[in-house]
Design a binder for this molecule. Structure first.
Ligand code: ADP
Ligand code: MG
Length: 340
């Protein structure tokens, strides 16, 4: 490292709908929900990430929480930029005296438009990026799984994030086919809110519903190792006062069934539109799942039954994309698929 290496930092960013992660010096140094809290009077950012998430759905008239990315696209440019800045400033050894210039690789959803791409690049530049590259999410996911993306061999990657499920086939350093549907983790959460309202007559917020999903979420009505029933607190729609009910994984499997079927359909379509030589690779190797949605109990098994193909969940699927983005950062001189 040179004498002035502290003046330049190399970072990899996974800009996700639900979570934004940053790798610096081979470590995940930022792993925060993609959300900012804004003072509506002054337009100042009050908090980003976890701190802002704690305020979510608990705000008053003067504070607004914003999730700048929705459905895999940037819904609010100003908030997105504030969030990127805020998260970069969390990297701990930022000097008080020097604002280091940054070399960064940013992973973006592949459904992103040119205008949005431009917005990400401009945000990066305003955050003091000297060199910046973009990488499409399926490519980063494939690298993060540990696949050799440069080989003449097809791999199908299914990334189930917050806003979108991306299904891509990768070979020879490129994305051969790519489909994105707006059914993923957020939709599962909304299914749970709706279900609890309809079935149990209580109103719950998004964050409670997400906890239900994590504790008793399931893609299958019958699990080999079932989780225990989970107590849920919300507002009784009839009396208006707080109430507790208990939900089981099989009722959640029932309420998620429709959304999961949509993901299955998209996978079947992607398989049908895969060129035959690549399809034969995929039939041999199977499908890879990444993203937080891959953690839903029984989802791998359900997709395996539907497609009759082996399905593998990436190690630590929530971090596969940022790991891959970190690999891209290190190999930025070699990887031709990086966009500048
Ligand atoms: P993004 O890349 O869009 O930011 P992530 O890959 O970070 O998304 O995944 C976030 C999604 O994963 C959220 O919808 C979250 O609720 C969901 N998730 C996280 N953990 C689990 C879990 N254990 N079971 C089911 N879903 C989960
Ligand atoms: Mg993601």
């Amino acid at each position: 490292m040179g004498l002035f290496s502290f003046l330049n930092k190399e970072i990899a960013i996974d800009l996700g709908t639900a979570n934004t992660l940053i790798i610096y010096k081979d470590q995940v140094v930022v792993d925060e929900p993609s959300i900012v809290a804004i003072d509506k009077k002054t337009n100042q950012v009050i908090a980003v990430g976890k701190k802002a998430m704690m305020m979510h759905e608990k705000t008053h008239a003067n504070i607004e929480t914003i999730r700048p990315l929705k459905d895999g696209v940037i819904a609010d440019f100003t908030a997105a930029e504030a969030m990127i800045r805020g998260l970069i400033s969390m990297i701990s050894d930022t000097s008080r005296w020097f604002r280091p210039s940054l070399t960064m690789v940013i992973c973006i959803p592949s459904g992103i438009t040119e205008v949005e791409k431009r917005a990400v690049v401009e945000s990066a530049e305003r955050a003091n990026a000297r060199e910046r590259y973009l990488i499409h999410e399926p490519m980063a996911a494939a690298l993060g799984i540990g696949l050799d993306v440069e080989m003449p061999e097809g791999h199908m990657i299914i990334d189930i994030g917050g806003g979108t499920t991306e299904i891509a086939v990768i070979a020879l350093s490129g994305i051969v086919t790519d489909q994105s549907i707006r059914v993923a983790g957020d939709e599962f959460t909304l299914d749970i809110v709706e279900y609890v309202k309809r079935q149990h007559n209580i109103l719950i917020g998004e964050r409670t519903a997400e906890q239900v999903k994590i504790h008793v979420g399931s893609a299958l009505q019958d699990l080999e190792t079932p989780p225990e029933d989970y107590p849920v607190h919300g507002r009784d729609l009839l009396t208006g006062i707080p109430k507790q009910v208990t939900v089981s994984y099989s009722e959640i499997a029932g309420c998620l069934d429709k959304s999961i079927s949509k993901i299955e359909e998209a996978i079947m379509k992607a398989l049908e539109s895969t060129p035959p030589e690549l399809a034969s690779d995929i039939y041999r190797k199977g499908l890879y799942l990444t993203g937080g949605g891959a953690l839903l109990r029984g989802l791998d098994k359900r997709i395996a039954m539907k497609t009759k193909l082996p399905v593998r969940v990436a190690d630590d699927p929530l971090r596969a994309v940022v790991r891959g983005t970190g690999i891209a950062l290190k190999n930025r001189d070699r990887f031709t698929f990086l966009m500048s």
